[in-house]
Design a protein around this ligand. Structure first.
Ligand code: SF4
Length: 79
């Protein structure tokens, strides 16, 4: 499988994560739950950018922040 170059810096606010796991069901090659039942990034290059954005948008608590690596702009959550 060819590697997807990552577009986003992905930050997870552990204090907001309620382990709903919707991010994982959308982008299972990027996110997983760690042994404390908190989402973690397993591979920033795991899924394409559209899927990672959808995963962040699916989070019920907006625990996932995406920053565009090139521009430095905050992509999600919307301010
Ligand atoms: S969707 Fe949000 S709350 Fe659910 S596991 Fe992912 S980061 Fe945590």
């Amino acid at each position: 499988m060819s590697k997807i170059s990552s577009r986003y810096t992905i930050i997870i606010d552990e204090s907001k994560c309620i382990a709903a796991a919707s991010c994982i069901s959308v982008a299972m090659n990027t996110f997983s739950l760690n042994n404390r039942n908190v989402a973690q990034v397993t591979d920033e290059n795991g899924d394409d950018a559209e899927l990672i954005l959808l995963a962040a948008q699916s989070c019920p608590t907006n625990a996932i922040t995406l920053i565009d690596k090139k521009s430095g702009e905050y992509v999600w959550p919307l301010k």
